[in-house]
Design a protein around this ligand. Structure first.
Ligand code: SF4
Length: 443
C-alpha cells in the first residue's frame, strides 16, 4: 500500500474541535500530506468527532459509517477517527467498526503521524487522560476564511455542570501563556486575519491555573496592543466569571466587538443549582442589566436548556419571561439530554419529551419575534460590515457581518447593491429586516 498523500478532514462539533482539526492538518502538512478539497480527491479521511450529547454522538456514528462504506467500496484507502467520540466510547469502538484504520482520543492528537505511518498493522488505538495543550509551536492550518480565526486560549474544563460530559472528555482546564497567545495572535494578523474569536470551554477562567495568575482582562489588554487587529470577539463566558472589570473593558474598547457570548442555560435558581452552575454570586437578570447599562450597545448571545429534571410549567414560564425581558440579540436553545456518566442522567422528574419540545419551540418563537424587532430598529442605520463573499443562496447578493454578528452561529447582512472586497470592511445602509438576517446596500 502507498503512503497516504491527500487527506480530507471532516470536523464535527464546535469551534474548539475545529482548532484541533486545524492542528491535525498542520501536523500532516509537516509530513508532506496535503489537504484535499473534496472527499473524492482524497486517499485518506480523518473524522474529528464530537461526543457532547446524543445527537452529536449519532452524527459521529453516521459520518463514520458513511465514510467506512466508501472505504469498503475502495473509494478511499484509509480512515482514521479521532476526538471526543473516541474519548467517550473507548476501545470497544475498534471491534464494532473494523474498517477504521486507527483511533485517537482527545489527548493523543499529536500521535496522528505515527498512526498514519503504522497503518498496515492492526488498527491502532491511543486513548489517555487529556493533559496536552497545543500552543503557538503546534503546527496549524487555518481552515476558516483568511480574515477570521479562532484563538483557543485554554483547553479542558474544571467546572462540574451536572449535565455535561466535557470535563471527562477534555480533561481539566489548562490555560496557554500570555506570551504564546500573543505570538499566535500576531502571526494570524500578519497572515491577514482581521477578526480574532477568543474561545475556550469557559474563557473567563483564563489564567487561574497559571503561576502568575493572568486574567482574561490581561490577555485582552495585551491583544489590544497588537497593531492591525480590527475585531476581537469573546465567546463562552460562564456568567459567574463575567466581572465588572471585563464589562468596563467591553464598554470602552472599540476593537473589542460589542458582543458577548454568555451561555446562561437557565434562570431559575433551583434548576441552576441542580445544574451545578454556581449561581450564588449573581442573578442572571442583574448581569443583563449591567451589560445593558454600558456606554455602548452590546449584543448578547446565549444558550439555554429546556426540559432539565425538575423543570415544571411554572419554572419554564420563568425562563420564558427571562428571555422576553433580557431581549437577547442571539439565542440558541436545546433540550436536556441525559448523558450517561453525568449526575443529571440519574436525576428524577425529567419532563416528557413532547413537553420539552413544545417548550423549545415556544422559546424559539419568542426569540424570532425579539430578533425581528431588534433588526427592524436598525433600518436606516449605516454600519461597518465585514464582507464575506457572495451569499450561499444566490450569486446576486453579497454577504457580510457587522461587529454584532459572530461567524458560523449568527445571522448575516445580505447586500443587494454596491461592490465590496472579501475580507474588507464596507459601510452598509440597512434597508430591510428579517427575523434573523438584515438586508442593506453599500454606501
Ligand atoms: S462550563 Fe459546564 S457546560 Fe461548559 S464545558 Fe464546562 S462543565 Fe460543560
Amino acid at each position: 500500500m502507498n503512503h497516504p498523500r491527500k487527506v480530507f478532514l471532516i470536523s464535527l462539533g464546535c469551534s474548539k474541535n475545529l482548532v484541533d482539526s486545524e492542528s491535525i492538518l498542520g501536523l500532516l502538512h509537516d509530513r508532506g500530506i496535503r489537504s484535499a478539497q473534496t472527499l473524492e480527491e482524497a486517499d485518506m479521511v480523518i473524522i474529528n468527532t464530537c461526543g457532547f450529547i446524543q445527537s452529536a454522538v449519532e452524527e459521529s456514528i453516521d459520518t463514520i459509517l458513511e465514510v467506512s462504506n466508501k472505504k469498503k467500496k475502495g473509494e478511499i484507502d484509509y480512515l482514521f477517527v479521532v476526538g471526543c467520540f473516541v474519548q467517550r466510547y473507548g476501545y470497544k469502538l475498534s471491534k464494532e467498526i473494523p474498517e477504521v484504520d486507527g483511533w485517537l482520543g482527545t489527548g493523543e492528537l499529536d500521535k496522528i503521524p505515527m498512526l498514519i505511518q503504522d497503518h498496515e498493522s492492526p488498527p491502532l488505538f491511543f486513548i489517555s487522560r487529556p493533559t496536552a495543550l497545543a500552543d503557538h509551536t503546534t503546527s496549524r492550518i487555518q481552515t476558516t476564511p483568511f480574515y477570521t480565526a479562532y484563538l483557543r486560549i485554554a483547553e479542558g474544563c474544571s467546572h462540574r455542570c451536572s449535565y455535561c460530559i466535557i470535563p471527562a472528555l477534555r480533561g481539566p482546564f489548562r490555560s496557554r501563556t500570555l506570551e504564546s497567545l500573543a505570538i499566535e495572535a500576531k502571526r494570524l494578523i500578519d497572515h491577514g486575519v482581521k477578526e480574532i474569536n477568543i474561545i475556550a470551554q469557559d474563557t473567563t477562567m483564563y489564567g487561574r491555573d497559571l503561576k502568575s495568575h493572568p486574567t482574561l482582562i490581561t490577555l485582552l489588554e495585551n491583544l489590544l496592543l497588537i497593531k492591525g487587529l480590527d475585531w476581537i470577539r469573546i465567546f463562552y463566558c460562564h456568567p459567574v466569571g463575567v466581572s465588572d472589570q471585563l464589562l468596563s473593558l467591553l464598554g470602552s474598547e472599540e476593537a473589542l466587538c460589542p458582543y458577548i457570548d454568555i451561555p446562561f442555560q437557565h434562570v431559575n435558581p433551583m434548576i441552576l443549582r441542580s445544574m451545578g452552575r454556581d449561581v450564588q454570586k449573581e442573578d442572571p437578570r442583574i448581569l443583563i442589566e449591567k451589560i445593558r447599562s454600558l456606554k455602548r450597545d452590546i449584543s448578547i448571545r446565549t444558550t439555554l436548556m429546556v426540559g432539565f429534571p425538575g423543570e415544571t410549567d411554572e419554572i419554564f414560564d420563568e425562563l420564558h419571561e427571562f428571555v422576553s425581558t433580557a431581549s437577547f440579540d442571539h439565542m440558541g436553545a436545546f433540550i436536556f439530554s441525559p448523558e450517561k456518566g453525568t449526575p443529571a442522567a440519574r436525576m428524577q422528574d425529567i419532563p416528557d419529551k413532547k413537553v420539552a419540545k413544545k417548550r423549545l419551540d415556544n422559546l424559539m418563537k419568542l426569540q424570532r419575534r425579539i430578533s425581528k424587532e431588534k433588526n427592524r430598529s436598525l433600518i436606516g442605520r449605516t454600519l461597518p460590515v465585514l464582507i464575506e463573499g457572495v451569499s450561499e443562496e444566490t450569486d446576486l447578493l453579497l454577504s457580510g457581518r457587522t461587529a454584532a454578528m459572530a461567524p458560523d452561529v449568527d445571522a448575516r447582512v445580505l447586500i443587494n447593491k454596491g461592490e465590496g472586497i472579501v475580507g474588507e470592511f464596507s459601510m452598509v445602509r440597512i434597508t430591510e429586516a428579517y427575523p434573523y438576517d438584515l438586508v442593506g446596500e453599500i454606501v
